[in-house]
Design a binder for this molecule. Structure first.
Ligand code: GTP
Ligand code: MG
Length: 220
């Protein structure tokens, strides 16, 4: 019985996600589902990315949190459209929440939509939002063993951002082990090593993202 209930939940989510995907396709919009543990640097990466791209790419953001508008306020200060979703306890965003939030964004004016998921390496991986790309952040402070412990999110992700590389000398984080582990699980993943604190590596990430936006826009 429990299994059937869960299947129903995933099935309903899949249908809504397809509706979102079609909406993004119709508007020529690249939608990113940004996932990571609490504190890995999702909001910091959004702020840095917006600052780098906002003169060239029209960006909108959906902020997902269990509670508060802290992150939405930080991003709003950059002068772009932002919608806050408070899940009220749920540990992830789902496609229906995104569908509702999209009513409050000027979709025809946007080229890139960044969705900050709830901080968690487990539940967000289970729910398709209709996104064009999944991007996962791992920060140096969390340790290089996380892909082995939370394989689904690292196996599915299109890009992995390794954040907080400014802390490399202060921890036992092994970049080679991390790269080898992730590439064994997910050989096509794009890996970016950067620091939202110092700015190192951000140009390369932003350039890749802008290329993805242009690619989606040029699709017939
Ligand atoms: N040293 C260092 N600190 C960073 C870096 N990026 C972010 N931080 C800090 O890490 C903390 C958490 O960053 P956030 O961007 O709020 O992380 P988040 O993933 O959005 O967190 P939640 O939304 O709570 O899940 C903040 O104090 C940031 O200033 C980095 O590259 N290096
Ligand atoms: Mg955040």
């Amino acid at each position: 019985m429990e299994v059937k209930v869960l299947e129903g939940v995933f099935d309903a989510n899949r249908k809504k996600a397809e509706e979102n995907r079609e909406l993004f396709r119709r508007h020529g919009l690249l939608a990113i589902n940004l996932m990571a543990s609490p504190g890995a640097g999702k909001t910091s990466l959004i702020e840095r990315t917006v600052a780098l791209l906002k003169d060239r790419v029209r960006v909108g953001v959906i902020e997902g949190d269990i509670a508060s508008t802290v992150d939405a306020e930080k991003v709003k200060a950059h002068g772009i459209p932002v919608v806050q979703i408070n899940t009220g306890g749920a540990c992830h965003l789902d496609a229906a929440m995104i569908h509702q939030a999209l009513d409050h964004l000027p979709l025809p004016e946007l080229e890139l939509l960044i969705i900050e998921n709830v901080g968690n390496l487990v539940c967000p991986a289970e729910f398709d939002l209709g996104e064009s790309l999944k991007v996962t952040i791992l920060s140096v402070a969390e340790g290089h063993d996380k892909p082995l412990k939370y394989p689904l999110i690292f196996t599915q992700t299109d890009a992995l951002v390794l954040n907080k590389i400014d802390l490399l000398g202060m921890s036992d984080f092994d970049l080679d082990v991390l790269r080898r582990t992730v590439l064994t699980m997910n050989p096509d993943v794009a890996i970016f090593e950067l620091s939202c604190r110092t700015g190192q590596g951000l140009e390369s990430w932003a350039g890749w993202l802008e290329g993805m936006v242009r690619r989606v826009k040029s699709r017939p």
